[in-house]
Design a protein around this ligand. Structure first.
Ligand code: ZN
Length: 169
């Protein structure tokens, strides 16, 4: 997870769709395109690039539209992959993940590479630091299903590829 600058102007469709209430769509093409641009086409949780299944992720969940403001708030919309979107969808993470558009995650999180393994640790004991470290670590290491083993391995391979490119430079 790295700091991201989100464009300050919300895509136009959000206000229009919000008027439709729960039936409105927060993932119209203008929203997805702007998020892809702002997040450099990377999942904000695992940093996987060129995601094939991009999701419009809500930092604070909208509970099937019961929280209309959270559903259409541009500042609450993030770009993620399907894998991480699924992992984050747990009550323990609700409202407790670092907002990487406002706060710099690298101040709170530390990434450790060791013999092809990656693990994420919190640098301070703030609840958000602890839970964000847990979530990002899970994104790389969750392996309680076949799909997840594949997805985690895929992430690790891509990350190692990026690290080797970085070292060559
Ligand atoms: Zn991801």
């Amino acid at each position: 997870m790295v700091k991201c600058e989100k464009s300050p102007i919300p895509p136009e469709s959000l206000a229009i769709e919000k008027q439709k209430g729960r039936n409105g769509k927060y993932n119209k093409p203008d929203v997805v395109e702007q998020l892809a641009k702002d997040f450099s086409n990377k999942c904000y949780i695992c940093e996987l690039k060129d995601i094939s299944d991009p999701q419009v992720e809500h930092l604070v969940p909208h509970h099937n539209g019961r929280d209309i403001d959270a559903m259409f708030d541009w500042n609450n919309l993030f770009f993620s992959c399907l894998h991480c979107n699924g992992l984050k969808n747990k009550q323990e993470y609700e409202g407790k993940i670092i907002d990487c558009c406002k706060d710099d995650p690298e101040v709170h999180l530390h990434c450790l590479y060791d013999k092809g393994n990656v693990s994420i640790h919190n640098k301070d004991e703030d609840e958000k630091s602890v839970l964000t470290a847990k979530l990002v670590d899970e994104a790389f290491n969750a392996s309680n299903s076949g799909i997840r083993i594949y997805a985690s391995q895929h992430r690790m391979d891509k990350l190692q590829h990026e690290i080797s490119l970085f070292l060559i430079r």
